[in-house]
Design a protein around this ligand. Structure first.
Ligand code: FE2
Length: 354
């Protein structure tokens, strides 16, 4: 009897190992090879900027901790972490927008982190209330305009772009972009749903073309004479001015930069940020990487190489960003961008902003 039970157990083990080679491989790593635990950190990131790899390399050199990078869209990575469950190898989730960090937190995928260094290096308003995520860089959603056709005094607010004088002149990418979703989410927070919807409708009425391409393509459409003013993230404009493609530089040099809503609610600011994944096997390494990315050296690099605004207040923006001048930032809790995301998407659908 005992012998047959033993045989059944052996047979079950064989079946399990045969049908789950990936699982087996993963659980091998998960089971905690001590050496692995100490020397690596697995990063799921939706950031798509060259400067990141340079910084990871530097971190590897300084700490001996290897950074393994898996790159995809934030929603795909969030679904992947959910699907992988406790078997996930992800230690750190990095996104280019706070709305997705909020989503990951709501889904229960992140864990709180306590680090004096992070608290010192990142202002409280750029950290989650429950310490589930932190901001790594800031980006402003600015206006750029055709200097031949538009004077800075013609511009004032995001809201003013809905006026009739901007008919067929406004360029902005699709509402599928999380950057636009967070922009509208901020208006929902400040002005309420009704006004936010009026704004979205007003912008659709003034579209120079149906939204296509990314932020940089909106600037290029100005150069092509399709429209006169575009909404885009600040760092893309910096990247274009410093591009290795002469065409991009030429396009950008003919455009002016404008920070809207300076007399009112401030220019919309979003963060790129990160949170440690719940159940992370290398959580200490993940925190070390966050501390590294928010120290003065890395923050200067984000600013000088990718034209993002530092979160660390000891670090000055790059010369280029400084040349654009100081600006008043929109002042709302960042978590509201995530909270209002679903409403924002609904409004975009209602007003036909594709
Ligand atoms: Fe981006």
């Amino acid at each position: 009897m005992k012998k047959s039970l033993f045989l059944i157990v052996i047979a079950m083990m064989l079946v399990l190992s045969a049908c789950g080679s990936v699982t087996k491989k993963e659980s091998g790593a998960d089971a905690g090879d001590k050496k692995t635990e100490k020397t690596e950190v697995n990063l799921y990131t939706s950031r798509h900027y060259d400067v990141d790899n340079e910084l990871y390399k530097k971190f590897e050199e300084e700490t001996g901790i290897k950074v393994n990078v898996i790159k995809d869209e934030a929603d795909v990575l969030i679904e992947r972490i959910k699907r992988e469950g406790t078997a996930t190898k992800a230690d750190l989730l990095l996104t280019a927008d706070v709305g997705r960090l909020y989503r990951a937190k709501e889904e229960g995928l992140l864990q709180s982190v306590s680090s004096d260094k992070l608290m010192k290096q990142i202002p409280e308003k750029l950290r989650d209330n429950d310490d589930m995520w932190v901001g790594l860089t800031k980006r402003a959603r600015i206006l750029v305009y055709n200097k031949d056709k538009v004077k800075p005094e013609d511009l004032s607010t995001y809201e003013a772009l809905t006026e009739d004088k901007w008919k067929n002149r406004v360029l902005v990418r699709s509402s599928e972009s999380v950057y636009n979703q967070s922009l509208l989410a901020s208006f929902i927070e400040i002005d309420g749903e009704e006004k936010a919807k009026e704004w979205a409708q007003g912008i659709v009425n003034n579209f120079a073309q149906n939204p296509e391409g990314g932020d940089r393509d909106q600037a290029k459409a100005i150069a092509a004479g399709i429209g006169d003013v575009a909404i885009m993230n600040s760092y893309y404009f910096g990247q274009m001015l410093n591009s290795t493609e002469p065409e991009e530089v030429k396009v950008a040099e003919n455009l002016g930069v404008f920070f809207p809503n300076q007399e009112t609610t401030g220019t919309h600011v979003n963060i790129s940020g990160a949170g440690v994944v719940k159940g992370s096997k290398n959580a200490d390494n993940a925190v070390k990487l966050l501390e590294f990315l928010t120290d003065e050296e890395a923050q200067s690099k984000f600013a000088s190489a990718n034209y993002e605004y530092p979160v660390n207040e000891n670090v000055e923006p790059s010369e280029l960003l400084k040349s654009w001048g100081d600006f008043k930032e929109q002042d709302i809790p960042l978590s509201t961008l995530g909270e209002n995301n679903a409403k924002a998407i609904m409004i975009f659908n209602e007003v036909g902003w594709k």
